[in-house]
Design a binder for this molecule. Structure first.
Ligand code: ZN
Length: 321
């Protein structure tokens, strides 16, 4: 080969090698209460790995049960903790039912939870930390599912499923299992005594997708030293989903501190605002969402329901933001 042929050959090789790498983005689609808005109950996100693996994070109440057409294929379900707004004790009648501030979440998912009902219908695996796997295994078994589909990822370890490595990290929160999931005489006695079942600590997640993107999903948490020591220093998360709702979790000021000073990702998606965060797709003036967006120093992207955002391995939003 002469020199120009070599250059042409190298160019072709370069194109063949780099083009698919550039195309490898993780798609993040919020399944919220109202299309195009960020509403009080919004927690659920679908992460789609470049290899096609689809992960549902905290179905909560805005996914309209297992028949919600927005779900599509669901390979894995991640549940950060057992509170009803995350595991789904009730859910929207249909996507977009009710309004952003007054959703129609009149469909009960008790005593199974929406996460279990979706897993049964979609044959998804459920990945949790602490002592939650035993609960989900029992619910799957009791409803004709496979208890082995409930998989453990406890602090410090990880599991890789569908090409995505999943680890749990500490979330400073509570994680009581309300007695309505337990039922019977035991559930009744617990309810009367005002105590919840012990399923271990609440968690966040760190996901490593097949394109190399590392994402931190905070779950409900306060400020923790682990956000710097573990999430940033060890896992090197480039994308964060950060809960901002205050009262139950970090508020906008604390969440911005976590992002700016501890996790320091390239991009953040606020979540769990517990308020009407947007009107006509624009951040509502005077909202906690606005306070967070103003305080945070990295690229921040509002999770508008149904709007897919794409992130490259460095946590940069390449489409849909
Ligand atoms: Zn919550």
């Amino acid at each position: 080969m002469n020199r120009s042929t070599w250059i042409a050959a190298l160019g072709a090789l370069g194109a063949a090698v780099t083009f698919p790498v550039l195309a490898q983005t993780v798609k993040v689609t919020p399944l919220g209460g109202i299309d195009g808005e960020f509403c009080p109950h919004d927690r659920a996100l679908i992460f789609e790995d470049p290899n096609g693996t689809r992960i549902l994070y905290d179905p909560g109440r805005t996914v309209a049960g297992a028949s919600d057409p927005r779900l599509g294929k669901v390979d894995l379900i991640l549940v950060s903790h057992m509170h009803g707004d995350h595991v789904g004790n009730a859910h929207n009648k249909a996507p977009n039912s009710g309004s952003c501030d007054k959703p129609d979440t009149s469909v009960s998912a008790m005593p199974n939870s929406s996460a279990v009902n979706i897993a049964l219908a979609k044959k998804s695996k459920i990945v949790t930390g602490s002592e939650m796997p035993a609960f989900f295994a029992a619910k799957l078994k009791a409803n004709g599912g496979n208890p082995a589909d409930s998989i453990l990822a406890r602090f410090g370890g990880s599991v890789t499923i569908g090409g995505v490595r999943i680890a749990t990290v500490a979330a400073l929160h509570s994680n009581g299992l309300v007695p309505d999931y337990i039922g019977g005489e035991l559930g009744k006695a617990m309810k009367e005594a005002g105590i919840a079942g012990d399923v271990g600590l609440a968690t966040g997640f760190v996901l490593r997708f097949s394109n190399g993107l590392v994402a931190y999903l905070s779950g409900d948490t306060g400020i923790t030293a682990d956000q710097e020591l573990v999430v940033r220093n060890h896992y090197n998360a480039k994308l964060a989903v950060m809960n901002i709702g205050d009262v139950f979790t970090t508020g906008p000021t604390e969440a911005a501190y976590v992002i700016n000073e501890l996790v320091k990702p390239a991009a953040v998606i606020p979540s769990h605002a517990n308020e009407v965060g947007t009107v006509n797709g624009k951040v509502r003036p005077g909202s906690r969402t606005e306070a967070f967006m103003k305080a945070v120093k990295v690229s921040a992207h509002i999770p508008l329901s149904g709007k897919t955002m794409e992130f490259d391995s460095a946590g940069k939003c390449t489409a849909g933001c």
